[in-house]
Ligand binder design. Structure first.
Ligand SMILES: [Zn+2]
Length: 65
């Protein structure tokens, strides 16, 4: 089975050969399924929990704050 990744922003599945990889300055690898997700996360610094089309919408981080 080829490895699949989850989009770091929307949580959607990224099929092999698609999506784009971004390496953060601290060495963390981030996969994005589309330019929209990449831009939303890296440039616009959006919170996926507040964006309706992500898998994380409406989910609060538990145990923090
Ligand atoms: Zn995505």
């Amino acid at each position: 089975m080829p490895r699949t990744y989850k989009c770091a922003f929307c949580g959607g599945e990224i099929k092999p050969g698609t999506g784009m990889l971004y390496v953060r300055n601290d060495g963390v690898l981030l996969w994005f399924c589309s330019r929209k997700c990449r831009r939303s996360s890296l440039e616009l610094k959006r919170d996926p929990r507040k964006i309706r089309w992500t898998e994380y919408y409406g989910k609060e981080e538990k145990g923090k704050g």
